[in-house]
Write a protein that binds this ligand. Sequence first.
Ligand SMILES: Nc1ncnc2c1ncn2[C@@H]1O[C@H](COP(=O)(O)OP(=O)(O)OP(=O)(O)O)[C@@H](O)[C@H]1O
Length: 580
Amino acid sequence: MNLVDKRGLGTGLGIAVLACALLPLVLPPYWIYLAISAVISAVIMQSFGVIVGRAGVMSLCQMSFAAIGAWVMLRLNVADAPGGFYLWLLLGGLAAVPVGVAIGLPALRIRGVNLAVVTFGFAVSTDIVLNVNPFPGSADLTMLERPAPFDTDGGYFVFTVIVFTVLAVVLGIVGRTRLGLSWYELRHSERSAAAHGVSVARSKLAAFAISAFVAGIGGGLLVGQLSLVVPQNFAMGQSLALFAVAIMIGPHHPEGAVLGGIFGAVMATIMEKISLPQDFGGVLFGAGALLALRSGLSQTDLTRMRKRERDARKILKAAEDAPAADVDEPPLPALAPRAAGDGAPVLAVQGLTVRFGEVVALDAVDLTVPEGAVVGLIGPNGAGKSTFIAAVSGFVAGYGGTVELAGRRLDGLGPSRRAALGLRRTFQTTAIAPELSLYDYLTIGSGRRLPRPEADELLEFFGCPPGQVPVSIVDAGTRRLLDVAAAIAARPKVALLDEPAAGQSAAESLRLARRLAAVPARFGVSVLLVEHDMELVQATCEQVTVLDFGHVIASGPTGRVLEDPAVRAAYLGAADVPAS
Ligand SMILES: Nc1ncnc2c1ncn2[C@@H]1O[C@H](COP(=O)(O)OP(=O)(O)OP(=O)(O)O)[C@@H](O)[C@H]1O
């Protein structure tokens, strides 16, 4: 499992070693002090990187977590607790974790601006508490002493760089795990994350916990720099300014955290040197944050994505230029209808009823998917097909009827639990994080890092570009296919596919039909296919159910159902249904 970008890691470590060796020697003392501030800001930026940059959660209270780290460090210093500086630093970070989780709990129900208000409220409360209760040691000026060999300013700079680097490596590794990749997915679409079996609650709380820990470490480092801190060091205005920098720059990448740290720490000095008002820096950050919010991507995301896109275009060009290999097109299987009892039902839905206020979207719908089959669900717009998929996959709370997967009742379970039990779905509109590569997306979808040959085979099977290609340069039709590949990659018992052929040309649709028909035999996955493309349905599904206004109006072998005059005339429009 390759969890680390080795070239990036080598460059980063090289720069860190060079900075540690040279800067303390060449910089005057004031600039060393500023350099320490910049690295500590960069550490705090890393905490923004986890919660804001990766998980996309509007947290405005990271400096409050830093204050907790600082408070614990000073309290242990005053108590002359055993363990010393390094252990106290770690304990300060750990002390911020439960608070981070507590602040994260509302994030399970609210998001966006409302969540920003909650976190801002916490930042304000922390401000008030700190102003009333000074930091331990302030009254009698009990200073914290730095440990040797990091007791000089130059030495302490080296120590902060080491801490930053260790955090960058660990966060980089976490970022490549399924948890880290799931944060990207949360940022773009919580429902997609849930459909991939990601526990949205656990993933968000983990992001809050880790970001609080990192911020707590940042607060502890600040105590080491200043020996004693005051509430103004953690004022809520600081959280706001750093939040704006984080949105603008993207501190979830190490270079973004470093840049953000430098901006955060030395902007005031730079403004003073070029004779501009101090607030001008804040205005610049705010404007940059607004631009980044509009595009949805930070500066480092954009820079990295452009590079990946350039590399990907070269790969695509090379693939185009290569002599066409013989494509192993599976023939369309003859779709003989199964005899009753052939293929035990793997998905059994009975009496499914969904109401949206006065609208009865589904009324006592029965549908069965036999093991090893591709079953169609068709009907005109608004018939209830997507609602059926949503209810079966756990996205509709409070439906009537029962849903059973391989004999197990799923009613009452949430979408991620159903996904984990082997029921995957795709969406009509995909919301895949554009900064991910196709390989990354398969990792999220399958819940494991697929061996390269397996991932390559899946992508090729569904007609997707090579796995290194970023999602950002993939068109909408191909994103749907990628979504299907990710669902199948998990090897679920049943995949519910919502209009996978939308956006495909007629030839691509036919190719997809061959692929889908081969899915049960090749991957051991039974399929329920919602489609408007009747040729695809005819070519793929042995059984089909027709819905209209939430009612089943026909069900049975595809050929027979599509020939049903009532189905042709009333619901499909005779012109849409090719004569068989
Ligand atoms: N969240 C919702 N709130 C209220 N009504 C809804 C909601 N979702 C769906 N509906 C209604 O339920 C009915 C079924 O909609 P659904 O999207 O399931 O149809 P569909 O067959 O998937 O249509 P299409 O082929 O256009 O995707 C429609 O009348 C729709 O307006």
